[in-house]
Design a protein around this ligand. Structure first.
Ligand SMILES: [Fe+2]
Ligand SMILES: [Fe+2]
Length: 268
């Protein structure tokens, strides 16, 4: 296995996000196929922002990368190219790469929503309602924008081919109603004359659990369907939709609140 350090390359669009800390090359071409994926997993599991890992593989690596991305909670971004005697995959933390499509934007926005709610809940749990109010309001507004994008822009444009009671798109809409109902209760508690930290904390915890399950179902059941529909759209339509979604979700979707933990470190 060969590891060396190289200067990292970032295109102009990414410069504002992060500067590279390191790049390592991991040559898996002599590994048996059965071991290549687990070796790649260990090479990537602690990938953080600013890191670049280059994998060299003997077999075409698309399926392996999709599987690793799933294992590492959709935190990977990669580019594949052919090289002598195999393939080269340049891997970064997803937060360092430009969004690839609207599904990528939504997945990033999930992480941003989770981070905002977590920040607010930490303050609520300390009993500091006045400090928690701003992130909680920001979270509420961001969540409503996110639901609006899914219901009003993407669902009509990318809707499932065979919608029905148990179709992922129908489940999404039912869960959105539930989430917005729970959010309204949190808002009501926050607007009370004497807001109670224990009460707000309890309702935030319920909302956090509902949202986590909802995001997981979307990312694993609905978004793959939307992805298939997205790839069949003409380029001009994809570009227009991308701009519209970016505009609604706002700047924050490309500017995480803080450095995310390494890939295997949980949702960010
Ligand atoms: Fe949703
Ligand atoms: Fe979503």
């Amino acid at each position: 296995m060969l590891i060396y350090w190289t200067p990292a390359f970032y295109d102009t669009r990414l410069k504002f996000l992060v500067m590279a800390r390191s790049a390592a090359t991991v040559d898996l071409r002599s590994e048996p196929a059965s071991r290549a994926q687990s070796a790649a997993f260990y090479a990537l599991k602690n990938l953080g922002r600013g890191d670049v890992v280059v994998l060299l593989t003997a077999a075409e690596p698309s399926l392996m990368m999709q599987s690793l991305d799933l294992q590492l909670r959709h935190n990977l971004a990669w580019q594949i190219s052919m090289v002598e005697q195999g393939w080269r995959v340049e891997v970064r933390h997803r937060a360092d790469a430009a969004p690839q499509d609207v599904l990528d934007l939504l997945t990033r926005d999930h992480k941003r929503l989770d981070a905002l709610l977590e920040q607010a809940m930490r303050l609520v749990n300390r009993g500091d309602i006045s400090a928690a109010a701003a992130p909680l309001r920001e979270f509420a507004a961001a969540l409503e924008r996110h639901v609006g994008v899914e219901d009003e822009i993407l669902s009509p444009a990318l809707g499932a081919l065979h919608p029905g009671g148990d179709a992922p798109s129908a489940i999404m809409q039912r869960e959105h109603n539930e989430i917005l109902g729970q959010l309204a209760v949190v808002r009501e508690c926050l607007a009370a004359e004497s807001p109670q930290a224990a009460e707000i904390g309890a309702f935030c915890a319920i909302l956090s659990g509902t949202l986590a399950k909802h995001e997981y179902r979307e990312e694993n059941n609905l978004f793959p369907q939307w992805q298939a529909a997205w790839t069949h759209k003409p380029q001009a339509e994809r570009e227009a939709m991308m701009k519209r979604v970016e505009a609604v979700l706002g700047e924050g979707v490309n500017n995480p609140l803080s450095d995310p933990p390494p890939c295997a470190g949980g949702r960010i």
